[in-house]
Design a protein around this ligand. Structure first.
Ligand code: 13P
Length: 281
């Protein structure tokens, strides 16, 4: 069934578990995310980034996710990930997305607050929930996200930001990176505690790929309700494809088989994340 992302995350907060937001780009990524979530009987967020608006038919894609989500045995929501333009947010709302992320992290706090508040008012009128980011998640390896400064979230600023903007969930920068880590991860769980103590809305962790399992579990236990996963899933598929062709293992090169193989190769990675998020410590 399709549900409102805010309701899904408030339940997660209460139940002390988290929901994965898998970035998707095509039918196979959507099918993999829903299939794995049904197998583990856990809700899932299907996240499409604004950066794919040039290559993906947004309205067609929304219909596809809505159809798959409506017949799913677990709650599914459709989320717009990292949007920088108001036009994209309005387009997603019109297409029936359940939530949107406005990423104003490149602006100073005052401007981020002003723009986020404006977006939140528009989205709320349509019954759509809003995520925003304060601080800025840095860029690691193999990601296709935008460069971030790596500025950690200030807990007091986060509290004021949420109060002033009315956002429904907040992405907190605590040291994870978009993509794989270039060195040792330094995730500030103590900072997460401080933010959690001051901010009441569900918290979001971006940059799950490459983050040690124990840290993810601990972050969920300390109040993260949504975990964004992209690069690790994409790498599983592209590396599998590379292996298939490199070793001459690909006996049937028909595109339909290759797409099915790619879906299969993504599922174990998604499974790992959902299993981690289901359990609270
Ligand atoms: P990763 O690519 O590190 O999994 O991060 C995804 C993300 O945060 C998308 O918003």
């Amino acid at each position: 069934m399709l549900v409102n992302t805010k309701e899904m995350l408030l339940k997660a907060k209460e139940g002390k578990y988290a929901v994965a937001a898998f970035n998707v780009y095509n039918l196979e990524t959507v099918q993999a995310a829903v299939r794995v979530s049904e197998e583990l009987q856990h809700p899932v967020i299907i996240a499409l980034g604004e950066r794919y608006f040039d290559t993906v038919d947004v309205e067609g894609f929304a219909s596809l996710v809505q159809t798959i989500g409506a017949k799913s045995s677990v709650p599914v929501s459709l989320h717009l990930d990292h949007a920088y333009e108001k036009e994209s947010i309005i387009r997603a709302i019109r297409a029936g997305f359940n939530s949107v992320m406005f990423d104003g992290s490149k602006f100073d706090l005052e401007e981020n607050t002003r723009l986020t508040k404006e977006i939140t008012e528009i989205a709320h009128m349509a019954g759509v929930s809003v995520e925003a980011e304060i601080g800025s998640v840095a860029l690691g390896a193999f990601s296709d996200e935008e460069e971030g400064t790596g500025t950690l979230t200030d807990p007091l600023e986060a509290k004021k930001f949420v109060e002033k903007t009315g956002v429904d969930f907040l992405a907190a920068a605590i040291g994870t990176v978009h993509g794989m880590y270039k060195g040792e991860p330094n995730i500030r769980l103590d900072l997460l505690d401080e933010i959690r103590n001051l901010v009441d809305v569900p918290l979001v962790l971006h940059g799950a790929s490459g983050t040690p399992d124990e840290i993810i579990k601990e972050a969920v236990a300390r109040g993260i309700c949504k975990i964004n996963v992209n690069t690790e899933v994409s790498l599983a598929a592209t590396r599998h494809l590379d292996e298939m062709f490199k070793n001459g293992n690909q006996k049937n090169e028909h595109l339909s088989n290759i797409m099915a193989e790619m879906q299969k190769s993504m599922e174990p990675v998604m499974m790992k994340f959902v299993q981690l998020l289901k359990q609270s410590i």
